[in-house]
Design a protein around this ligand. Structure first.
Ligand SMILES: Nc1ncnc2c1ncn2[C@@H]1O[C@H](COP(=O)(O)OP(=O)(O)O)[C@@H](O)[C@H]1O
Ligand SMILES: [Mg+2]
Length: 299
């Protein structure tokens, strides 16, 4: 009996160690692997984008002709920054979107058939809304999002082979022709930039930043594109004092958002956590943000 309990204890200990090892590995890698950014989906004409102009082709070729280094992750993508610090390449987390073969073929009791169908349908819908959103950004909001190239169907890209370095610094050669990805201008996080500007007491730059953060949301709304992600600052970035919407994963066509009353309310709501952060960290700046909101949004 004693031996039985010892075996049970040993088993529990091994399970805990395996679990902790897994968590630690995830901490080191953020779960990134080449497998996780590969899709199993076939090309779809819905994801075709217009060919690049000769001038843009050169810009994209140049942007991709360098190494990329791990920058961060979100719920939908892994982001890598270019060696020159100017661009970000984002690969989709296909581990959440992929319909693995076993989802389709593994034998299940008939009572689970509905579950299987539902699961496959859900994954397809997730991929569809994500790609639709990326396409909206590239085609309708290139200035607002800084997206300069989008590759959602496998096929020739302006520069096929790129070396990326993962979070642990390991090198991977990737063939971009075989992957889906977003190429975007690199922007800097908003809060640290404000902290820096405060240190320099650069109030005019802060005022410009505040206006730009609100204006970029107004521009998106006026084009009839809503963002289902309610966050504001986490999804925005700055290039000098110009704001970009960096997270392009949850856009939706929505004509109602064009209405100034509707987008004013939406933007004011989104601004709340920003006002809270300012109140806590730089209370003297709150009136500047209130002023920017009043100047930029219709009353
Ligand atoms: N254009 C960019 N410039 C700088 N950093 C970026 C850019 N795009 C993404 N990032 C970084 O990568 C993270 C994940 O990107 P994001 O677009 O938010 O992906 P997700 O849709 O998966 O949330 C961001 O939180 C940010 O740190
Ligand atoms: Mg995000």
């Amino acid at each position: 009996m004693k031996r039985f309990y010892y075996s049970l204890l040993l088993l529990a200990l091994i399970s805990v160690l395996i679990y902790l090892g897994g968590r630690f590995y995830f901490y080191l890698t953020d779960g990134f692997s080449l497998y996780n950014i590969k899709s199993t989906s076939s090309n779809n004409s819905a994801w075709d984008v217009p060919p690049l102009s000769a001038e843009d082709q050169k810009i994209v070729e140049k942007a991709l002709d360098q190494n990329y280094y791990y920058l961060g992750k979100g719920c939908q993508t892994y982001a890598f920054v270019s060696a020159d610090g100017e661009y970000v390449i984002k690969f989709f987390k296909h581990k959440h979107l992929r319909i693995d073969w076993w989802w389709k073929f593994i034998p299940l009791p008939s009572s689970f058939e509905d579950f299987r169908k539902q699961k496959i349908k859900l994954k397809r819908a997730k991929l569809y809304t994500l790609f639709e959103s990326a396409k909206l950004a590239y085609e309708n909001l290139p200035e607002e999002t800084g997206v300069i190239y989008l590759h959602l169907n496998k096929g020739k890209t302006p520069h096929s082979d790129v070396i990326i370095f993962d979070k642990m610094g390991f090198e991977h050669q990737v063939n971009l022709d075989k992957l889906e990805f977003i190429l975007q201008k690199r922007a800097y996080p908003v809060y640290p930039t404000i902290d820096e500007l405060v240190k320099k007491s650069d109030i005019p730059a802060i005022q410009k930043v505040f206006r730009s953060l609100i204006e970029v949301l107004v521009l998106r709304s006026q084009k009839g594109i809503a963002d289902r992600d309610p966050a504001m600052i986490q999804n925005l970035g700055l290039i000098d004092d110009r704001a970009l919407i960096i997270d392009i994963g949850q856009f939706d066509v929505d004509d109602t958002i064009k209405d100034p009353k509707v987008y004013s309310e939406d933007i004011r709501k989104r601004s709340w956590p920003f006002i809270k952060w300012l109140t806590k960290n730089h209370p003297e700046l709150v009136p500047y943000l209130q002023q920017a909101l009043a100047d930029t949004l219709p009353q």
